[in-house]
Design a protein around this ligand. Structure first.
Ligand code: PXL
Length: 276
C-alpha cells in the first residue's frame, strides 16, 4: 500500500485540513501519516479560536522517523502554522524528495482575494519558496495572485491570462502548477494546470454552483494527491477531484441540517474509493 505524509493543522471543528485529508486519503486506499502543524479549536474563520503552535514538536518527530527509516510516496503540505515551519518543510522536501517522494504543496493562505488571519506578505514570500521546491503546487486564484505579486481578479479574464499565471507559477520552481477556482464563464468553474516538463496545459470544468463553503480547497488537494499517488495521470486526478468537490457541494446544498462550515464530503467518499 502506498503511503502519504500530510503536513497541516488539526482544526478540531470546521471540516478542513487534517479532518478532511485523513478520511479522504484513507478512503482512497492510501496509508496516511500526519505531521500536525498546530491544533486549533476551530479553523480561523470562527471568532476567538485557540491556536497551539506545534513548531517546537516537529523536529523531534522527524528525528524519530529518521531513526525508524520511514519513507513516503508523497509529502503533501497544507496550512502551515508559522514561518519556522516553512524551513522545516523545505528541509523535508529536500530529504524525502531525494528518496523519491513526490512533494506536493497546497499553499493555504487565503481565498476570495484576501489572506486568512495571521498571514502577511512576508509569509506569502516564504510560502512561495515552499512552492519553488515542490514538484506540484495547488494554489487557488488568491494564493497564486499573492505569490506572483499580481492583482487578484475574480472574473473578466481569459485563458491567455490563466496560462500566463500557470507559467509564472512554474517559473517559481515547481514542475507542475494546478490552479483552482478558474472561471471563464458565470456558469462554469474549474481547474487548469501546466506541466512545465511536458510544456502541456490541462483543463477541466464543471458547472458552477451558487454557493461557497470553507474547506473545499483542502478536499480538492487531498483527493488530487490521493489520485496522483494511486497512479492516475494529471488530467484524471484533476477530473476526479473537481467532480468530487462538485458532489460535496451538491450534497451540502441538499442537506437540510447542513452546518455553516465545511462541506459534506463524507457522503461523497464512495466517488473516490477504489473500485471493487
Ligand atoms: O481550509 C483552509 C484552512 C486550513 N486550516 C486553517 C484554516 C483554514 C482556512 O481558513 O483557518 C486553520
Amino acid at each position: 500500500m502506498k503511503r502519504v505524509l500530510t503536513v497541516q493543522d488539526l482544526s478540531c471543528i470546521g471540516r478542513c485540513s487534517l479532518t478532511v485529508a485523513l478520511p479522504i486519503l484513507s478512503a482512497m486506499g492510501l496509508e496516511t501519516a500526519v505531521l500536525p502543524t498546530a491544533v486549533l479549536s476551530t479553523h480561523t474563520q470562527f471568532q476567538n479560536f485557540t491556536f497551539r503552535d506545534l513548531t517546537d514538536d516537529l523536529n523531534g518527530i522527524l528525528a524519530h522517523w529518521e531513526k525508524e527509516n520511514f519513507d513516503f510516496d508523497a509529502v503533501y503540505t497544507g496550512y502551515l502554522g508559522s514561518v519556522r515551519q516553512i524551513d522545516i518543510v523545505l528541509s523535508m522536501f529536500e530529504t524525502y524528495g531525494k528518496r523519491g517522494s513526490v512533494c506536493i504543496a497546497d499553499p493555504v493562505m487565503g481565498d476570495a482575494g484576501k489572506l486568512y488571519p495571521g498571514f502577511d506578505l512576508a509569509f506569502v514570500k516564504r510560502m512561495a519558496q515552499v512552492c519553488a521546491h515542490a514538484d506540484i503546487i495547488l494554489p487557488n486564484m488568491t494564493e497564486a495572485s499573492f505569490m506572483l505579486g499580481m492583482d487578484y481578479r475574480s472574473e473578466g479574464y481569459d485563458e491567455t491570462y490563466i496560462r500566463d499565471i500557470l507559467k509564472r507559477l512554474c517559473d517559481l520552481g515547481a514542475k507542475t502548477a494546478v490552479l483552482t477556482g478558474v472561471s471563464f464563464h458565470p456558469s462554469e468553474l474549474g481547474v487548469m494546470a501546466y506541466d512545465s516538463e511536458k510544456d502541456t496545459f490541462y483543463t477541466y470544468f464543471n458547472e458552477k454552483l451558487p454557493v461557497s463553503y470553507h474547506g473545499t480547497g483542502d478536499c480538492f488537494a487531498s483527493c488530487f494527491t490521493g489520485a496522483l499517488i494511486r497512479g492516475e495521470g494529471l488530467q484524471e486526478a484533476m477530473k476526479l477531484s473537481a467532480d468530487f468537490i462538485c458532489e460535496c457541494l451538491k450534497l451540502t446544498i441538499a442537506d437540510p441540517a447542513r452546518r455553516t462550515y465545511g462541506v459534506n464530503f463524507e457522503e461523497a467518499l464512495p466517488l473516490v474509493m477504489p473500485k471493487l
